[in-house]
Design a protein around this ligand. Structure first.
Ligand code: NDP
Length: 462
């Protein structure tokens, strides 16, 4: 009989924690898992899943407009925010149930409580004060939206957490930030009919993405009617007696709205978890430091997902959990692979991307070939929509390997998933060229751009 209550105790019931706990339990390990809020974590409860449902909801106005070009007359349409929230909440509750069921079916012990670390083998269940011991402990507590206490009036602002539960749809909203969450929510609110302004401190939104994607998205968003203010930040937010908010910006703009949403990055949830006193090292951002096998500075304690701030994406947390299982329970040391992660920004138009941006590739390789196509899609010819799709392949001239693929346009996320396989497999541009096109699709451009649009040699476009 083991000296511990559990073989594994997981703190945090999100994507990474539930996967580690469920799979360990399915292997016959005695697993305990604590979650203080709702099983499913950010992704399911107040992130990717409800966000994507909102994205779908926000696209209907354009679908109705586009329909007339195809002969349809669409009657008067109305949007009911409460109805969307109710439907979304119902779906989230269903998914949460599936997460719990997966744990229960494998006989994991669920603690509906916050749990804190006492030492390398002990956690305290906060609700009951109970101490439980485990041979291994996994910290998978995720991250939360960064707050901005230095901003006067920050108490009037919301983050993505609240955006999923607003009592009513605002008439006007201001969104701060230029990352995934800011551009996704700016498009969601705009699509639902909200007057939307995005304010970003940098020169161009989505700082780590390919320049063509950034500029293309910016232009498309402005053409839809979203106001974008770059190189500016909020200086203060005040609430008027009528309840509306007034934001003043560094450049002297005065903006009035019903909600101000901050999307300024996410901070690892490591506060008040007992980590420091248990000897767990944190980095300067407060993330748990881990080695290549997700092991913390205490040998029996591991950390997975956003709390480690490696790459804040759900599939990455799940992958890290599976690597932990391979390493610790299947005698197959496996280190998470963070190279060539395909990703999508669910802006409108969408961005799907994998590998290096043109800018990053130009720094890394002495010569690159850039294949670029910008075109109106077939659907747009009849709908009359002006929006352009952009596709780009970045090729290392030395070995012909495709080192980056970037798409701006409908279903870019779906395409990025498949491009991810090609790049991971090390495909060359010649492999793309000898692949038959699927006609008529937008994606066929990816295999029919035969001549480079231009080259970049030693950082210079030639
Ligand atoms: P990001 O890191 O993507 O972007 C944060 C933004 O806030 C950046 O534009 C940053 O500017 C800006 N910013 C940071 N601090 C300040 C400040 N003090 N004042 C003004 N601006 C500031 O974070 P998000 O919050 O958008 O998303 C968090 C993470 O969640 C993402 O990195 C992503 O990994 C994940 N996510 C993934 C999604 C997906 O896969 N579709 C969707 C949503 C989230 P700068 O660029 O200058 O640093």
């Amino acid at each position: 009989m083991s000296e511990f209550d559990f073989d594994l105790f997981v703190i945090g019931g999100g994507s990474g924690g539930v996967r580690a706990g469920r799979v360990a339990a399915s292997l016959g390990k005695r697993v305990g898992i604590a979650e203080e809020y709702r099983f499913g974590g950010t992704c399911v409860i107040r992130g990717c899943v409800p966000k994507k449902l909102f994205v779908y909801a926000s696209q209907y106005a354009e679908h109705f407009e586009d329909a007339s070009g195809f002969g349809w007359s669409v009657g008067e349409s109305r949007f009911d925010w409460r109805k969307l929230i109710e439907a979304k909440d119902k779906e989230i509750t269903r998914l949460e149930g599936l997460y719990r069921k997966g744990l229960e079916n494998n006989h994991a012990t669920i603690y509906e409580s916050r749990a804190v670390l006492v030492d390398g083998h002990t956690v305290r269940i906060v609700k009951t004060g109970q101490l439980v011991t485990a041979e291994r402990i996994v910290i998978a507590t995720g991250a939360s939206p960064a707050e901005h206490p230095a901003l006067p009036g920050h108490e009037h602002t919301i983050t993505s957490n609240e955006a999923f539960h607003l009592e009513s749809l605002p008439k006007a909203i201001l969104v701060a930030g230029g990352g995934y969450i800011a551009v996704e929510f700016a498009n969601i609110f705009h699509g639902l009919g909200v007057e939307t302004t995005l304010i970003y401190r940098g020169k161009e939104v989505l700082s780590r993405f390919d320049g063509d994607m950034r500029r293309g998205l910016h232009k498309a968003m402005e053409e839809k009617g979203i106001r974008i203010l770059c190189e500016d930040i909020f200086e203060k937010i005040e609430k008027r007696p009528d309840g509306r908010l007034v934001a003043e910006t560094m450049k002297g703009e005065t903006l009035v709205a019903d909600q101000v949403m901050l999307a300024l990055g996410r901070r690892p949830n490591t506060q008040d978890l007992g980590l420091e006193s248990a000897g767990i090292a944190l980095d300067e951002k407060g993330a748990v430091k881990v080695d290549a096998y997700s092991r913390t500075s205490v040998a029996s304690v591991f950390a997975l997902g956003d709390v480690t701030d490696r790459v804040q994406l759900t599939p990455v947390a799940i992958h890290e959990a599976m690597c932990f299982i391979e390493t610790e329970y299947r005698d197959n040391p496996t280190s998470p692979d963070h190279d060539l992660i395909p990703t999508a920004v669910f802006s409108q138009p969408e961005i799907g991307t994998v590998g290096l941006s043109e800018e990053a590739a130009a720094k890394q390789f002495s010569e690159i070939e850039v294949y670029r196509a910008e075109f109106r899609t077939m659907k747009a010819t009849l709908s009359g929509r002006a929006e352009k799709m952009i596709m780009k392949l970045i090729v290392n001239a030395a070995d012909r390997k495709v080192v980056g693929a970037h798409i701006l346009g409908h279903d870019a996320g779906e395409m990025a998933q498949l491009l991810g396989i090609s790049l991971k497999a090390g495909c060359t541009k010649d492999d793309f060229d000898r692949t038959m096109a699927v006609h008529p699709t937008a994606a066929e451009e990816l295999v029919t751009m035969y001549a480079p649009s231009y080259r970049v040699r030693d950082g210079e476009r030639v």
